[in-house]
Design a protein around this ligand. Structure first.
Ligand SMILES: *Cc1c(COP(=O)(O)O)cnc(C)c1O
Length: 348
């Protein structure tokens, strides 16, 4: 089996943790592991003196937590909706009755930042919600420009970096981002099931709201101070996360990982060019390659790859549009083979 869907192929050392006996979680040993994970995570995203909350739950769980605990305390939000993940912020604001400006961006297009700046100045939101990378299309947004606009207008910034953490350069301190969210099945390249919230020192002591028992920030933060979680954690995943973080550190940290993601993206994009598959994203993230094929009727590529080669890629919302993740283990040769197989089914 080969996977170019999230989280991609995973290192064997990490996988093997899942088949071994594991410790009881209400112990000092488990607390130490979690405290070390927090320290490494904060280093990797450059969030000095920040805090993390690690939730048992997928990325959307942490998005929901942010709206329940933080966005709900604000008067008005603005959401960048450039696809299904941006739209999720909008849905969450509506679900929790937060007044929200819906800023739509066409599929695979970049934001018109001058227009955005005018809208922010006019509407005066006090919290800004966006994705770093809209994973449904492959479009990367410019966090420096967003940060400039928000700081000029004194708007708090919350960014879903679920698909760019460890795949794109990201510095929370430099960008002045208040809250970031990620999850385990993307750049961290371990199985799905945990989501991670980064709270910068700017929100230290912030009077968070209490609109959800399970995701409550204060309850989770006070437990995490001693390395524990309020409820049963997915212990194995926490152990896999810790091992992966140690591994990332040993390999040289975030920049080494980012450059290997970038390398794989470069290899696959050359192949796309060769096979004549356009990449619609105006500014594509290195995290995935979203490309347009001629397989617009029957998803022959998707089914064929699974049935003949036990290989997964990700279909998109548009017929013939597919996405290949570059965040899992993959060699140049494997990418060359993958592209040839995609062509095999495109023409079948
Ligand atoms: C994967 C992803 C999510 C989270 O989805 P879950 O299925 O809840 O883990 C959210 N935002 C972005 C940008 C993503 O890529």
């Amino acid at each position: 089996m080969r996977s170019y869907a999230f989280p991609g192929d995973i290192d064997e050392r990490i996988m093997s943790i899942g088949s071994q006996p594991f410790m009881y979680m209400r112990t000092d040993e488990f607390s130490e592991i979690n405290k070390e994970s927090e320290r490494i995570l904060l280093d990797l995203i450059h969030c000095s003196q920040g805090r993390t909350i690690i939730y048992t739950g997928s990325g959307t769980g942490a998005m929901s937590a942010v709206v329940e605990n933080y966005v709900k305390t604000k008067n008005k939000a603005i959401v960048i909706d450039g696809g299904s993940f941006g739209h999720r912020w909008f849905d969450l604001c509506q679900y929790y009755s937060v007044p929200v400006v819906h800023y739509q961006v066409p599929f695979a297009k970049d934001i018109d930042y001058d227009d955005l700046e005018r809208v922010v100045a006019d509407e005066k939101p006090d919290v800004f919600l966006c994705q770093h990378h809209e994973t449904s299309s492959g479009q990367l947004f410019d966090l420096q420009r967003i940060s400039d606009i928000c700081h000029k207008n004194r708007v708090s910034i919350v960014v879903d970096v679920i698909s760019t953490f460890l795949a794109e350069e990201l510095n929370m301190d430099d960008l002045g981002i208040d809250i970031c969210i990620t999850s385990t099945q993307k750049g961290l390249n371990i199985p799905p099931g945990l989501s991670i919230l980064f709270l910068s020192k700017n929100v230290d002591g912030y009077p968070f709201a209490h609109n959800g028992y399970y995701w409550d920030f204060n309850d989770n933060l006070s437990n995490l101070t001693r390395g524990q979680t309020p409820f049963s954690p997915a212990t194995i995943l926490y152990l896999q996360l810790h091992e992966r973080l140690i591994q990332l550190k040993e390999e040289g940290g975030e920049y080494v990982n980012i450059s290997s993601v970038r390398h794989r993206a470069g290899v696959f994009r050359k192949l796309c060019q060769g096979y004549g598959w356009p990449i619609p994203a105006e500014v594509p993230s290195y995290a995935i390659t979203g490309f347009q094929t001629k397989d617009t009727k029957e998803r022959k590529i998707f089914r064929g790859l699974i049935e003949k080669y036990q290989t997964f890629i990700m279909p998109g919302s548009i017929p013939g549009f597919y996405r290949v993740s570059h965040m899992g283990l993959q060699s140049d040769e494997e990418l060359i083979e993958l592209a040839a197989r995609i062509r095999e089914f495109e023409e079948a």
